[in-house]
Design a binder for this molecule. Structure first.
Ligand SMILES: NC(=O)c1ccc[n+]([C@@H]2O[C@H](COP(=O)([O-])OP(=O)(O)OC[C@H]3O[C@@H](n4cnc5c(N)ncnc54)[C@H](OP(=O)(O)O)[C@@H]3O)[C@@H](O)[C@H]2O)c1
Length: 251
């Protein structure tokens, strides 16, 4: 039976990814800071399905946390790594809390990169593997009021696309998932206005989409036709105009 490691599994897309992969017969390693939540998910899954669930409580915005997570999974072969944990910081850049911003950048960029590097090494030795990195439709353009967040997701997209090319010869796929607004705890954590999340898809829809796109070996998967049209459109309109439109949406 294969094993999937999911970061940020205590809520939103990560929690639904845990249920989706369990239903598809994968053993799970789930990590996040809120241990009780992870233990509840473990209980729920193990009650109904014959898969094993291991819980690892960690703050992935702490320096050295990627190495620690890798160490804690030592001995278990991770076939699929899903770098899902991520947060947004919303607000006027000149007023943004520098500490929050730094933690976001460590989580969204540094930890994701290090985990990818560490687990890719083992996947190369095993001759196969799948890596899934959760970016965002915000990766395709500058987003005022979420300047660093959108830039962090542009990093995830570019980094993942490059290593997808590099790792292909080792039989490893790297899939970047780009959700648009999705109903999770994301907006609360980022202190955002929730109007753009009103009719947004659910975390379950995103998790099922992620599973399917990963299984197909897709390199970039943008969720929903509307988001695919919007992100494609940004290629043809002036960057300044894209930024101005994003600023209006984010207000
Ligand atoms: N929802 C959206 O509209 C949207 C759109 C585009 C992209 N995304 C991306 O989707 C991914 C999942 O987010 P979500 O929407 O499902 O949000 P969410 O419900 O807030 O879930 C975020 C997950 O990340 C974990 N996390 C946050 N900080 C962490 C830390 N320091 N260390 C370890 N784990 C941490 C949280 O667990 P703990 O708090 O328990 O640690 C939680 O499990 C993120 O990468 C996000 O950027 C979301």
């Amino acid at each position: 039976m294969k094993t999937v490691l999911i970061t940020g599994a205590s809520s939103g897309i990560g929690r639904e990814l845990a249920h989706t992969f369990a239903k598809n017969n994968y053993n799970l390693i789930l990590t996040a800071r809120r241990k009780e939540r992870l233990e509840d998910i473990k209980k729920d899954i193990e009650k109904t399905l014959s898969v094993s669930v291991q819980v690892i409580q960690l703050d992935l915005a702490a320096s050295g946390s990627a190495e620690l997570l890798y160490k804690k999974t030592n001995g278990i072969r991770v076939d699929i790594l899903i770098n899902n944990a991520g947060v947004g910081v919303y607000g006027d850049f000149k007023e943004i809390d520098m500490e929050k911003e730094e933690k976001m950048l460590i989580l969204n960029i540094i930890t994701l990169t290090k985990l990818t590097r560490l687990f890719a090494g083992d996947m190369i030795k095993a001759g196969q593997g799948n890596i899934v990195n959760i970016a965002s439709t915000a990766a395709f353009q500058a987003v005022p009021l979420m300047a660093s967040y959108s830039a962090s997701k542009a990093y995830v997209l570019n980094f993942s696309e490059a290593i997808a090319h590099e790792l292909k010869k080792y039989n490893i796929t790297v899939t970047t998932i780009c959700p648009g607004a999705t109903r999770t705890e994301f907006a609360d954590v980022a202190s955002m206005n929730k109007s753009i999340f009103k009719n947004a898809p659910t975390a379950k829809e995103l998790a099922e989409f992620t599973y399917k796109e990963m299984a197909k070996g897709k390199t970039i998967a943008i969720h929903s036709l509307k988001n695919r049209i919007m992100t494609f459109g940004t290629r043809f309109s002036p960057r300044k105009l894209n930024t101005a439109i994003a600023a209006r949406i984010m207000k």
